[in-house]
Design a protein around this ligand. Structure first.
Ligand code: HSE
Length: 307
């Protein structure tokens, strides 16, 4: 039986002011997903990791996304899926997106690429809904397309790949749990015009900064006046991490996705490493277990390793 293995990257979504509309793919960490054709119809999922995720395809993000792919294919083809998650579920760096996007890109490769990226994105979004209760694409789109992307319109999946200068990303993942569904529930349903103006000015500044390679502009546009003030209260040490990271030379940063991970962007690798030390120090003092990553932006999305 033929099989395909893919590497599915972690992603950074929101990028502060770009709630639900900006995201980037990261070089590390990533999940490994292998899909094989089966003589038996239906989906079987096996996890090689120790996260205790459900293997029932109806309750598993990869299973739901793959079922959506199969429905669109209109076929009785069965699949066996083996998932090795290296992106911890609930970390805020696109773990569920990596599961959903990875499996549909792998299935597409196995079946001779019947679908384009936006069709795959739509199948993957069906899986993401299971994780967060919402059809947002700011982790899934960069996971499939790679690099930095703008989701100009979510319902029509108007995805705009953006260029950006070399950047290093530092992430700290404090081992506390924040459910995306809860982190969305607590957000204001309406916002004052003054805050909206501030936020969309920052989004425009950030996109212009990325396109022009203007690090200073990127830094001062990494500001979120709407979501961060609410969600940051859920993350112990948030203000201290931010203040120490900026003092260590980071351009800026904030909450990664819906948290609890925090991210900082830096112009140089040695600065990103210094930021990781500062971030670690905060959680050491708070006596909260944590994991840090220093990585870069991945130009590619889900990558086929072998068939
Ligand atoms: N944009 C989403 C949010 C990302 O912040 O809720 C989390 O999946």
């Amino acid at each position: 039986m033929r099989s395909v293995t893919v590497k599915s990257p972690a992603t950074l979504s929101n990028l502060c002011c770009g709630f639900d509309i900006l995201g980037m793919a990261l070089e590390a960490p990533y999940d490994l997903i292998t899909i094989s054709e089966s003589a038996q119809s239906g989906i079987r999922i096996r996890h090689l990791d120790a996260y205790g995720l459900p293997e029932d395809p109806l309750l598993n993000i990869s299973g739901v996304a793959l079922q959506s792919f199969i429905n669109a294919l209109g076929s009785q083809q069965g699949f066996d899926v083996v998932v090795e998650k290296k992106i911890k579920p609930g970390s805020g760096i696109g773990s569920s997106a990596a599961s959903a996007a990875g499996v549909v890109v792998a299935a597409n490769e196995l079946m001779g690429r019947p679908f384009n990226n936006n069709q795959l994105l739509s199948f993957a979004m069906d899986g993401e809904v299971l994780a967060s209760g919402s059809r947002h694409a700011d982790n899934l789109a960069p996971c499939i397309y790679g690099g930095l992307v703008l989701i100009r319109d979510t319902p029509s999946l108007d995805i705009i790949p953006l260029s950006l200068p070399p950047l290093y990303v530092t992430i700290v993942h404090p081992q506390i749990e924040i459910k995306t569904s809860y982190a969305r529930e607590i957000l204001p349903k309406e916002i004052p015009l003054k805050l909206a103006v501030n936020q969309w000015a920052n989004v425009a500044g950030l996109v212009a900064g990325f396109q022009q390679g203007d690090y200073e502009l990127i830094g001062r546009s990494l500001e979120d006046v709407i979501v961060e003030p609410v969600r940051s209260k859920l993350i112990p040490g948030f203000d201290e991490v931010k203040q120490k990271s900026l003092a260590a030379g980071a351009l800026g940063g904030g909450i990664s996705g819906s948290g609890p991970s925090l991210f900082m962007l830096s112009k140089e690798k040695n600065l990103a490493e210094k930021v990781a030390v500062e971030m670690s120090g905060v959680f050491e003092r708070l006596n909260i277990e944590y994991k840090t990553y220093v990585t870069t932006v991945a130009a590619h999305g889900v990558e086929v390793l072998h068939t």
